[in-house]
Design a protein around this ligand. Structure first.
Ligand code: NAI
Length: 249
């Protein structure tokens, strides 16, 4: 039997990058997958790509009404959630002196507030033994210049992983964190750096990475699929760092 046979999985930000690769992996492992995103066209394209075991529901994690609508629709269509991957996130990067209130608010609203209320609103639907996975980053444990607010949001995500693991254990729900290193996704087109700056940054990171290359979305998807499955039945509150050794070695 496949590892996620007929499990119902919800992935926020599932139309791109790590979320999309994870949706593909979950489907290969037997799951029924609901992906969310803000852009209907991108969602439709992703669902066509993923096939008939995928459903796309437009939903912005910063909008509580959207989250209510999302989980009402999931309840109606599927009745419960077995796997929740809280993955949606953004990373505009700025040096400390250039950070504005807007920059601060949009990052915390998306990466922390949005992630927290995604989980809170999903709680009534989470089945006994469900697995919740939060997408953080190695920046939660390092001090990378120009990422002050982004890194702070990811440290908050890591913290939520611990507390929610403790709170939800009595329902048999496991909560774990995945912390990717540098992964090649469309994320890097949106951080507010020029292509040359991104390339220079990437080269510097790769130099500090023992495996000597960036990661692939599929490698993070495999880590998330492990945490989602019964193979990880004794993992909760953990943080699996998948970074080619960058901050571990
Ligand atoms: P991506 O840009 O390809 O995907 C981000 C996804 O989040 C997209 O589907 C986007 O539509 C969605 N999203 C953004 N804001 C949203 C909102 N308000 N409501 C709903 N959906 C929203 O980037 P990637 O790389 O796949 O990022 C996914 C997660 O991985 C993020 O949380 C990011 O911080 C994290 N991450 C990425 C790394 C990388 O090097 N690519 C490294 C470490 C962590």
């Amino acid at each position: 039997m496949k590892k996620l046979n007929n499990k119902v999985a919800v992935i926020t930000g599932g139309n791109s990058g790590i979320g999309l690769a994870t949706a593909r992996r979950f489907i290969t492992d037997g799951a029924l997958v609901v992906i969310t995103g803000r852009n209907q066209e991108a969602l439709d394209a992703a669902v066509i790509d993923l096939g008939d075991r995928a459903t796309g529901i437009p939903s912005d994690v910063t909008n509580i009404e959207d989250l209510d609508r999302l989980f009402a629709q999931v309840q109606e269509q599927f009745g419960q959630i077995d796997v929740l991957f809280a993955n949606a996130g953004i990373a505009p990067l700025l040096p400390c002196e250039a950070v504005t209130e807007e920059h601060f608010d949009i990052l915390f609203n998306t990466n922390v507030r949005g992630l927290f209320f995604t989980i809170q609103k999903a709680l009534p639907l989470l089945s006994e033994g469900a697995s919740v996975i939060l997408n953080a980053s190695i920046v939660a444990q390092s001090g990378l210049p120009n990422t002050s607010i982004y890194s702070a949001t990811k440290a908050a995500v890591r913290s939520l992983g611990r507390t929610l693991a403790a709170e939800l254990a009595s329902r048999g729900i496991r909560v774990n964190v995945v912390s990717p290193g540098l992964i090649e996704t469309p994320f890097w087109d949106k951080v507010g750096l020029s292509k040359d700056e991104v390339d220079a940054f990437g080269a510097q990171v790769i130099q500090q990475t023992p495996l000597g290359r960036p990661g692939r979305s599929e490698e993070i998807a495999a880590t998330v699929a492990f945490l989602a499955s019964d193979d990880a039945s004794y993992f909760t509150g953990a943080d699996l760092v998948a970074d080619g050794g960058m901050i571990q070695v």
